[in-house]
Design a protein around this ligand. Structure first.
Ligand code: FAD
Length: 663
């Protein structure tokens, strides 16, 4: 072996799949000293996960790149069910809408995982020089529990191997038990977009494998279903492999099946397939290819399964419609496993995220979404804790918020999976109605519109229903329902998913109501004086907390949204603290927004306050967490309670603030 080196970093992320990259995004955004390693030589390019739920796209909007997904991806708004009709010929039995008007600006979209990784990688690069270190394999982990209580200590020691040309033990492609990449998925310039070309060739490797010892304050194990990190911590997984083995192919179909470009489940005596239209003319087929002895966990002989065999199965199930292909972009075989790790953290210093915590069937298109949302949740918390901005005990909320969702995810999968594997056509009728029922029950959860984050220091729930009557649909622990608003300064419109940018800051939403009303105007003046530190203790919640070093002087930002008609008020009618002046950048024109109908944009229809359940005259006060979930709701006069909420989360600049805290 080559030379051995020692180094230290604040955060080490193992695995640069969807969950690891989301966590890395926050490190880049908040300027945290971090490293991200992956044992693969290159990123993913083709195939793998492809389904993006609406909520994930909302998060992408807050990160600044959802437009790239919309440009390249394929949107699905309905699911079709095909079964044998009276004459035995396949008929379309049901067409189920899988969109909801007004719930989100986005819909379920298909685009391969490699492109998603591209967009997150580009975003990381835009904000920092953090880069994935590829061909680097974590090899041993030590954790010193005694150091765990000191947030400035480095209790974690990971030895990594920087794989050299000589290394014979490097992983062959993918190391996932539920699915492993088949040979023959050739990646070349011709089947990639140009912005992926540079990643095609593995970077220069050392001739000899080198060993590096990395000391870290925090470790995030985003290392997939076979999680190495989880094994080092001896965290057990519960659940098992199921007995179904599926083939997956991404092809350009040559077929007269009418729904070939629509999401469909086709179910007849020959079996069940799932048809998923994709970007660039591709269609993905999920095909059951083999059933093992029920209850056994025997690995199957994957060498027997080939694209030709999958083609024949699709032909048999789609008959009498025709099916063939010349172009196959990617294919794989996998055995479904429904498993969950019993824990997702060790002492709030080491965390597991994504497939490392939960695996399940990929047919509902949730694994990548859930994994990215795990990485997103843990990422901002660790980034701000390392920055010294967030109290480390808040890290408890990663497990309390995400672990119950992992359990729901498996529950969801257990409900859905049998519907795709039961072969008897006579139960098809029940299936269609069951599907609608299950879809209804889990829709909010699956699409991510509801996350059920429980009460904690981060989520201040109401003690009784009447408490938040002034903002009925702004529910702590849930997302801000997206609405389109009009900018007061320039009149342009924008979705809140973009305005509430994921930049690491908490955001106070001043829902100012109608400031043409003199009493309301006075309330806003009073609130602004407190926010400016001119009354009360003189310590403003905007200048009270530790900065995000190198990024923002305050981890708290303010956004004002009012209901006065756009033409009847002026930007300068609002107190200066709500639209601050910067000697270089001038007035903050992006801080004042209006909930008024707009002639040129029908999505900006002046119904934001109704959607949020807020009185159009009296308004409300809301705190949104850095990850776009609602943390606290109050009335415009409740700045003291708001400050108490933030005091429970953020580190104050000076200890003397503790004494002077009573506003
Ligand atoms: P992974 O993507 O598995 O990434 C883990 C990374 O860690 C890998 O790059 C690995 O090389 C690296 N690693 C592992 N061990 C080490 C080590 N010791 N040192 C260094 N690096 C290491 N999900 C959806 O949401 N929608 C879908 O439509 C969908 N379809 C799917 C279709 C198929 C055919 C398959 C197979 C999966 C599908 N999924 C889908 C699931 C989705 O792919 C996963 O849930 C997702 O990739 C998990 O992301 P992750 O970052 O947690 O793990």
């Amino acid at each position: 072996e080559g030379k051995s080196t020692h180094s230290q970093t604040d955060v080490l992320i193992i695995g640069a799949g969807p969950s690891g990259l989301m966590a890395a995004y926050w490190m880049a955004r908040c300027g945290v000293n971090a490293r991200i390693i992956d044992n693969r030589d290159t990123k993913v390019f083709l195939g793998h996960a492809d389904g993006l739920r609406a909520r994930t796209l909302e998060l992408f909007d807050s990160m600044g790149f959802q437009h790239r997904v919309l440009e390249e991806g394929s949107i699905s708004t309905e699911a079709n069910i095909w079964v044998p009709g009276p004459q035995g010929k396949l008929v379309r039995q049901a067409q189920i809408d899988i969109f909801r008007v007004d719930e989100s600006p986005f819909h379920n979209t298909r685009l391969n995982q490699g492109r998603i990784e591209r967009f997150i990688l580009d975003s990381i690069r835009e904000h920092s020089d953090l880069d994935v270190e590829r061909s680097v394999m974590a090899d041993s982990l030590e954790y010193d529990e005694e150091l765990g209580n000191d947030p400035n200590s480095y209790p974690i020691t990971v030895k990594v191997r920087v794989l050299g040309e000589d290394d014979l033990n490097r992983p062959s492609g993918q190391e996932i038990d539920a699915e492993s990449e088949a040979a023959g998925n050739e990646v070349s310039r011709s089947n990639l977009l140009p912005d992926d070309w540079a990643d095609l060739a593995p970077r220069n490797k050392p001739r000899k494998t080198q060993v590096e010892t990395i000391k870290a304050k925090y470790l995030i194990g985003c290392d997939g279903a076979h999680s190495w990190t989880r094994k080092q911590l001896n965290i057990p997984v519960e659940g098992s492999n199921t007995d179904h083995i599926w083939g997956v192919i991404d092809v350009i179909p040559l077929s007269d099946f009418p729904d070939i470009r629509r999401v469909s489940v086709v179910n007849n005596a020959a079996g069940t397939i799932l048809v998923i239209p994709r970007e660039r003319g591709l269609v993905r087929f999920y095909v059951p290819v083999q059933t093992c002895e029920a209850g056994t966990t025997d690995r199957f002989d994957r060498s027997k399964i080939t694209p030709d065999l999958i083609r024949e199965r699709v032909q048999a199930i789609l008959a009498p419609f025709t099916f063939d292909f010349k172009e196959c972009s990617w294919w794989t075989v996998y055995q479904v496993g429904q498993r969950i790790a019993t824990q997702s953290t060790k002492d709030n210093r080491i965390f597991l995220a994504g497939d490392a915590v939960h695996t399940h069937s990929p047919k509902m298109g949730l694994g990548m979404n859930m994994s990215m949302q795990d990485g997103f949740n843990v990422g901002w918390k660790i980034a701000l804790a390392v920055a010294g901005t967030l109290k480390p005990e808040i890290l408890d909320t990663y497990a309390s918020e995400r672990h119950p969702l992992a359990e729901m995810l498996l529950d969801f999968d257990r409900h859905w999976s049998p519907m795709f594997t039961d072969r008897k056509p006579e139960v098809a009728d029940t299936k269609a109605s069951d599907m609608a029922l299950v879809a209804g029950k889990f829709e909010d959860f699956a699409d991510g519109w509801k996350v059920f984050y429980p009460a904690s220091s981060l989520v201040r729930k109401a003690e009784d229903d009447a408490e938040f009557a002034f903002a009925r649909h702004m529910i702590p622990g849930e997302r801000v329902r997206p609405v389109k608003l009009r900018n007061q300064a320039d009149g342009g419109t924008r979705w809140t998913t973009r305005t509430l940018e994921s930049d690491g800051r908490f955001r106070i939403l001043v829902l100012a109501g109608d400031i043409r009303n003199p009493m309301q105007k006075q309330r806003i003046e009073t609130l602004s004086q407190v926010l400016a530190g001119q009354t009360g203790s003189g310590i403003s919640p905007l200048s009270r907390y530790w900065e995000i070093p190198g990024r923002f002087k305050s981890p708290v930002d303010v956004l004002t949204i009012h209901t006065s008609p756009w033409k009847e008020v002026e930007f300068f009618d609002f107190p200066e603290i709500l639209r601050p002046f910067d000697p270089v950048n001038g007035w903050a024109y992006d801080k004042i927004w209006c909930d008024d109908a707009c002639m040129f944009d029908r999505y900006c229809d002046g119904t934001a306050y109704e959607k949020w359940g807020v009185d159009r005259v009296l308004g409300a006060l809301v705190v949104v967490r850095p990850d776009q979930y609602i943390g606290w709701v109050g009335e415009l006069g409740d700045v003291e309670e708001l400050t108490q909420y933030l005091d429970g989360i953020l580190v104050k600049k000076s200890p003397t603030d503790e004494v002077a805290a009573v506003l």
